[in-house]
Ligand binder design. Sequence first.
Ligand code: SF4
Ligand code: SF4
Length: 112
Amino acid sequence: MASYLRAGLSPAAASQICMNQCRAKCCRGAWILSLSQAEAQVFQAKAEELGVEALVRPAAEGGGWIRFSEHPGERCPMLDPATFACRIYESRPQRCRSFPERMTPGCAISGG
Ligand code: SF4
Ligand code: SF4
């Protein structure tokens, strides 16, 4: 279960903290986002739809991954740098939905 649910926050309240207080640290920096096969296809399709360049690397075990450092600003290509909102929020990968799964330093939601 995601930490925001354990903390009693609604998804909307958690999103406000991520965007306005934290400025989406999870979506920037030296992170790698892993994607299932289906998520990789959706990610590519959404990137084309939005006109965003996304380097989805194939994973040996299937699916794919995104290395934020390979993209402009060292952030997830789906992060809007002006608002810190996810441009594919409704279709975001499972990894993005469940993070943070445990106490994370600097994360107000997880209590770290
Ligand atoms: S570190 Fe915590 S507050 Fe910041 S974007 Fe990640 S989940 Fe949101
Ligand atoms: S898909 Fe959205 S929530 Fe997931 S890392 Fe990228 S910008 Fe963040």
